[in-house]
Structures are given as structure tokens and as C-alpha cells.
Design a protein around this ligand. Structure first.
Ligand SMILES: Nc1nc2c(ncn2[C@@H]2O[C@H](COP(=O)(O)OP(=O)(O)OP(=O)(O)O)[C@@H](O)[C@H]2O)c(=O)[nH]1
Length: 352
């Protein structure tokens, strides 16, 4: 049995949502910056004699500043981000189409795809950026047409530059975001997976146990937690070597996966200790399921190279909500029963 877990009954509550915190910080910073810029433009446009645009800008700027507190707390961050960016896009489009507007208004076109991709991800990023850039480039053509009335070769070259740069920013952001999202997915998978058995790891087990408790509490349904430990596993390592031990653990992982239902969950907690969550199972059914797992392990022909190995396991069983209403108590109960099973001779299921 792995020493780290002997007598260690706690399930540390360590869950971070780094991506969300980062996005929250980014959107707050953007709200502050955008509000200051929009309020400045509102004043400048007002002084220029415009009325509708500065009025819209004033409302957006004040709304941005007033929203900072809500963004810190909201659970609908994506919705907030989407509406914020859409408003910003409409303002920029409007500014680009304003004939009397600043000649440098177009620079904002290139920032928008960066914001959309980095804050909303791949598909919403593309859905917001592409129409926006195309509409703005259309606006620029219209703008030039209004100023010069004829499109000279020089004007056309300017427009091609503007359009090519805009589409390049989208292309770059699209591939960058795709690579970043793939890497993040892989990292999250690695962080939740045990490298040897490819089963969910201890951290993932803790999260799943907590979410199963929350779900079962809401639905008023029981479930069963089993903590399982191979017997005398050290002997496998000592007799056949560490590599043989690794092969046995992998084969045990496959065996457990084969013997649970699609709705159930199995994880490797560490060493030769595994956990199974049998959803919607309690009482006699829980004992029967645990016994079927013990029997499957006893019947399993483990092997290393040409050597056949026979192994046994001890299982501690706890049922929600009777044996514990929170993850720590429930795990502790299953763990205590597992160790009682070890003390009483191993190769058994302990349910009470
Ligand atoms: N091959 C291999 N061995 C491991 C791994 N993790 C832990 N072990 C070994 O597992 C063994 C656990 O030994 P013990 O805690 O004494 O447990 P046990 O021999 O199964 O005895 P009981 O649990 O009391 O029946 C130790 O030899 C560890 O080195 C691993 O990933 N691979």
C-alpha cells in the first residue's frame, strides 16, 4: 500500500480556474481603457460639433466604468465579453464610416480581431472578426470614394494594404488561437490524467467526487464510493522488478474500466490505490458491485513478459448519503473500511 496515503484521509480543496481569472482581469482592464478612450473621443467629437456619436460614446464610456464591479462578480463572463466587444465593434465601424472622422480611425480595425480571439476563443473570435473587418474595409472604400471620387492606383494600393493587413491579422490570430487552445486542452488532459494508467488522477477524482455529491444532493439519489488497494503489491516489484509492477498497474486499470458501467467513474489515486464511483447504486447493490470487482481482479490473469501473476485486492465501500454527506467524510469512511479489510486479512470487501 502506498505510504503517502496510509492514514491520510483529507481531500484538499484546491481548485483554480486560471483561464477565467485571467479573462476577468483582461476584460476589466479593457473596460477601464475603452471607457477612458471612448469618453475622450466623446468630448473631442462633441467639440467638433457632432451630436449623435458623442452621445453614444458618452453612454458607452459611463456604462463601462459603472460595470467594473459587476464584471468582478458575474458568472456570465462570456456574455459580458461578447456584448462589450460587439458594442466596441459597432462604435469603430461607425467611426470608420464617418466621412469627417479622423484619418487614423482605421487602426482600430486591427486591434479588434486580437481582442475577439484572445477573449472569446476560436469560433466566436472568427464570427466576430471576419464580418467586422470586411464591413470596415467596405467602409474605408466608401470613405476614400467620398473623399477622392475616383479610385486612383495609389488609393487602390492603400486599400489593398489595409485589407491585406486586416485579413493577415485574422489569419495569424486564428492559427495562434487554434494552437493555444490545443495546447491548453492537452495540458488540462495531462493535469487530470495519471500518466501510467491513463486513468483520471487523484485531483480529477476529487473534483468528480464533489460534483457527484452536488448532483446526487440535487436529485436526491444515492451513489457508492469504493477505495481499492492491491494486496502485497510490493512483492511484485521486489520479485519481478518495477517494470513488472508498472505493467500490473496498467492491466489493473484496464480490468477496472472493463468492469464498470459507462456512467461510473474510476481513477488511480496513487501507488496501487484506485477509486471507483458507482452512480445511482447503494445498499446491497453497492456490495454486489464491489464484490464483482474483487472477483474480476482475482480471476484476472496478470502477466509480465511470459510470467503469469495472480493478484488480490481489498476494497472499502461507502455510500452517499448514509456514510457521509461531504467528500471528506465519505472518502474517510471508505478508506477506513479498506484499512480494516487489510488488517482483517486482505482480499475482501468491507461495506460496514
Ligand atoms: N511499479 C510501481 N510500483 C509502485 C508505484 N507506486 C508505488 N509503487 C510501489 O508499491 C508498493 C506499495 O507497497 P506497500 O505500501 O507496502 O503495499 P503492499 O505491498 O501492497 O501491501 P498491502 O497494501 O499492505 O497489502 C511499494 O513498493 C511502492 O514502491 C508505481 O507507480 N509503479
Amino acid at each position: 500500500m502506498q505510504q503517502d496515503y496510509k492514514g491520510h484521509h483529507s481531500l484538499p480543496e484546491a481548485e483554480f480556474n486560471i483561464a477565467d481569472d485571467h479573462r476577468r482581469l483582461m476584460i476589466r482592464l479593457l473596460f477601464v481603457l475603452a471607457s477612458i478612450v471612448v469618453l475622450t473621443f466623446s468630448l473631442l467629437n462633441f467639440l467638433e460639433g457632432l451630436r449623435i456619436l458623442p452621445a453614444i460614446q458618452l453612454c458607452c464610456g459611463l456604462f463601462g466604468l459603472a460595470s467594473l464591479h459587476r464584471i468582478q462578480k458575474t458568472r456570465h463572463l462570456t456574455r459580458w465579453t461578447f456584448w462589450f466587444l460587439l458594442t466596441l465593434f459597432i462604435i469603430v465601424t461607425f467611426a470608420v464610416y464617418t466621412v469627417d472622422g479622423s484619418d487614423t480611425n482605421f487602426v482600430w480595425i486591427y486591434i479588434m480581431p486580437v481582442l475577439a480571439y484572445s477573449m472569446l476563443g476560436l469560433r466566436p473570435g472568427l464570427l466576430l472578426s471576419l464580418p467586422f473587418v470586411l464591413i470596415c474595409i467596405g467602409g474605408l472604400i466608401w470613405h476614400y470614394w467620398n473623399i477622392y471620387e475616383v479610385l486612383t492606383a495609389r488609393t487602390i494600393a492603400n486599400l489593398v494594404n489595409l485589407a491585406a493587413a486586416g485579413l493577415l491579422v485574422i489569419l495569424f490570430m486564428h492559427y495562434y488561437e487554434r494552437g493555444r487552445a490545443d495546447t491548453q486542452r492537452q495540458l488540462l488532459h495531462m493535469a487530470a490524467t495519471d500518466a501510467l494508467t491513463n486513468l483520471p488522477n487523484r485531483g480529477e477524482f476529487q473534483r468528480t467526487l464533489r460534483s457527484t455529491i452536488a448532483h446526487s444532493t440535487r436529485k436526491n439519489t444515492p451513489f457508492t464510493l469504493i477505495v481499492l488497494d492491491l494486496d502485497h503489491f510490493k512483492q511484485v516489484n521486489d520479485t519481478h522488478g518495477h517494470d513488472a509492477g508498472d505493467q500490473v498497474l496498467k492491466q489493473l486499470g484496464h480490468c477496472l474500466q472493463r468492469n464498470i458501467r459507462a456512467s461510473d467513474f474510476v481513477a488511480r489515486l496513487g501507488g496501487e490505490e484506485f477509486a471507483i464511483i458507482f452512480r445511482d447504486a447503494a445498499g446491497n447493490e453497492a456490495g454486489t458491485l464491489a464484490e464483482s470487482i474483487r472477483q474480476a481482479i482475482a480471476d484476472m490473469p496478470f502477466h509480465y513478459d511470459d510470467t503469469g501473476l495472480s493478484l488480490r485486492a481489498t476494497l472499502g465501500v461507502a455510500t452517499f448519503p448514509d456514510d457521509g454527506k461531504d467528500s471528506t467524510t465519505l472518502y474517510k469512511m471508505a478508506d477506513e473500511r479498506l484499512y480494516r479489510g487489510k488488517r482483517e486479512g486482505r482480499d475482501r470487501v468491507v461495506t460496514a
